[in-house]
Design a protein around this ligand. Structure first.
Ligand SMILES: Cc1cc2nc3c(=O)[nH]c(=O)nc-3n(C[C@H](O)[C@H](O)[C@H](O)COP(=O)(O)OP(=O)(O)OC[C@H]3O[C@@H](n4cnc5c(N)ncnc54)[C@H](O)[C@@H]3O)c2cc1C
Ligand SMILES: *[C@@H]1O[C@H](CO)[C@@H](O)[C@H](O)[C@H]1NC(C)=O
Ligand SMILES: *[C@@H]1O[C@H](CO)[C@@H](O)[C@H](O)[C@H]1NC(C)=O
Ligand SMILES: *[C@@H]1O[C@H](CO)[C@@H](O)[C@H](O)[C@H]1NC(C)=O
Ligand SMILES: *[C@@H]1O[C@H](CO)[C@@H](O)[C@H](O)[C@H]1NC(C)=O
Ligand SMILES: *[C@@H]1O[C@H](CO)[C@@H](O)[C@H](O)[C@H]1NC(C)=O
Length: 441
């Protein structure tokens, strides 16, 4: 039998496909309406199709890596912005029933855009409207909805108490849904551990659309898995119950920049030997990047970027004992509130910026980037650091961030996290995390 030329088959096939696709979409919407009356009464602020006027802005606001803001990226068939937990349940049930893939987005900071891209037709649940933060100072906890960004969490805690905080990431627009489920590290981790170590309960929608918490059958196992196992692998997290931690009313920050000529390589080498053994109130990370020397020539800079949970007066003798090689001077340090340090670590706390900008979900100057992280279990030898320097002399080199662990990070045993795992001292005591970030455009 002779087949008609491909060009004749193709329109027919695509017509059939789009017909069945349209039916599938129609049935999906019908399903939502039958599951939850809100979708039939007024779905215009919950459900968006590509024809809706605000579809593009809702999709784009939380695309944090512009590599995935391209016109060739497959766009969601529907965006759902739940106003209520029941809207999430209905969406899970109906996506499953009508074989539409599901993507869950809280802050959109996924390095590879996994929360909003797919290679098959999909529904995007964007939790932007589920972002309440309920702080309870009588037991030092807060219920935080998954769509809240870290800036909102920090701001809301500080709004109630100047001596409480939460140990999580440095970038205020990160969503807690994806962040805590992957661990969540930041400047307080040497004192208090990861964000996931400071969670006591969670609410999650499973694949059948049920809302579970820690007390549900098998809830303890699920609760263990979602604190590090990654968002999206186990269901849709609706909210976390977090524990607040103590911070002093005044803390100290510094960024001591040293170039190759000022011995940057030797300092980083020394830092690698000791940073995990510093006092737990002292967090010093290192950011390596291309820099200019005093004569305007090309060099490499190591920025020792630090938060200390105390005053400058308390910090200086500690530095003399722990890291005299850096030669830190009082003039390089600044005291501020813990909340202000969030803006400082994010963008250097530019003059005139208001603390209220922590509530802003729109990042200024969004980048096109590629980033990778790894754990370094033994210090990179000085020859390795010298090799890295050569790479960073390139104008197009990215930046490398080295985070120290130790302190609380080496004292949390695996058994504490899960009753099924035998007692075994954690072996990550002197691990550093190294993240490399390249700006692509
Ligand atoms: C600029 C930048 C700075 C960063 N800084 C830090 C840092 O200081 N410390 C640190 O530890 N990490 C940092 N990260 C990494 C960040 O913590 C992770 O990318 C985290 O997963 C982002 O969470 P999100 O909700 O913003 O992202 P999303 O892109 O919304 O989600 C990330 C993943 O989690 C899933 N997910 C999201 N919400 C839910 C939910 N409610 N239920 C189930 N699954 C969900 C998504 O489907 C996706 O797979 C940074 C990332 C960027 C881009
Ligand atoms: C994302 O892409 C859209 C469509 O091309 C464009 O209008 C928008 O400005 C882009 N967003 C950013 C932040 O560049
Ligand atoms: C705050 O915590 C206390 C002590 O656990 C509890 O009795 C109270 O109900 C909580 N308040 C709210 C609003 O949840
Ligand atoms: C801060 O607290 C005030 C008074 O309690 C309240 O009105 C306001 O909404 C709070 N702001 C935030 C962002 O939590
Ligand atoms: C180095 O100097 C050049 C020329 O003045 C400038 O364009 C560049 O931004 C500087 N680079 C850094 C990392 O400061
Ligand atoms: C939020 O930040 C963006 C980018 O910096 C800015 O354009 C916008 O005006 C800010 N929004 C508010 C409400 O401050």
């Amino acid at each position: 039998m002779r087949l008609p030329p491909f060009s004749l088959i193709f329109p027919l096939v695509s017509l059939l496909f789009s017909f069945s696709f349209a039916t599938q979409n129609f049935e999906f919407v019908q399903c939502l309406e039958s599951q939850n009356a809100d979708f039939s009464i007024s779905s215009s602020n919950i459900l968006y199709t590509p024809q809706a006027s605000s579809y593009s802005s809702i999709l784009q606001i939380s695309i944090q890596n512009l590599v995935f803001n391209s016109s060739t990226t497959l766009k969601p068939t529907f965006i759902i912005t739940p106003l209520d937990e029941s809207h999430v349940q209905a969406t899970v049930i109906c996506s499953s029933k009508h074989q539409l893939q599901l993507r869950i987005r809280s802050g959109g900071h996924d390095y590879e855009g996994l929360s909003y891209i797919s290679n098959a037709p999909f529904v995007l649940i964007d939790l932007v409207n589920l972002r309440k933060v309920d702080v309870n100072l009588s037991d030092n906890t807060a219920w935080v909805q998954a769509g809240a960004i870290l800036g909102e969490v920090y701001y809301s805690i500080f709004n109630q108490s100047k001596v409480h905080g939460f140990p999580a990431g440095v970038c205020p627009t990160i969503g807690v849904g994806g962040h805590i489920s992957g661990g969540g590290q930041g400047t307080l981790m040497r004192k208090y551990g990861l964000a996931a170590d400071n969670v006591v309960d969670a609410k999650i929608v499973d694949a059948k659309g049920n809302i579970l918490d820690r007390r549900s059958p098998a809830g303890e196992d699920l609760f263990w898995a979602i604190r590090g196992g990654g968002g999206g692998s186990f269901g849709v997290i609706l909210s976390w119950k977090i524990t607040l931690v103590k911070v002093p009313p005044l803390v100290t920050i510094f960024t001591a920049r040293r170039t190759l000529e000022q011995g940057a390589e030797e300092l980083v080498n020394r830092w690698q030997q000791t940073a995990d053994k510093f006092h737990e109130d002292l967090f010093i990370r290192v950011i390596i990047s291309r820099a200019n020397d005093s004569r305007g020539g090309k060099t490499v800079g190591a920025a020792f970027n630090s938060l200390f949970l105390g005053t400058i007066k308390e910090l200086l003798p500690l530095m003399t004992n722990s890291f005299p090689e850096l030669g830190l001077k009082a003039e390089e340090c600044r005291e501020m509130s813990w909340l202000e340090t969030i803006l400082y670590f994010d963008n250097g706390y530019p003059n005139g910026i208001s603390i209220d900008s922590l509530l802003n979900r729109t990042r200024l100057n969004k980048p096109y980037f590629k980033a990778k992280s790894d754990f370094v279990k033994t210090p990179i030898p000085i020859t390795g650091l010298k090799g890295l320097s050569e790479l960073f002399l390139d104008d197009n080199a990215g930046i490398m961030i080295m985070d120290p662990y130790g302190g609380k990070m080496s004292s949390i045993s695996k058994s504490k996290l899960h009753s099924l795992i035998e007692e075994e001292p954690c072996t990550i005591s002197n691990i550093l995390r190294v993240g490399i970030r390249m700006i692509l455009k």
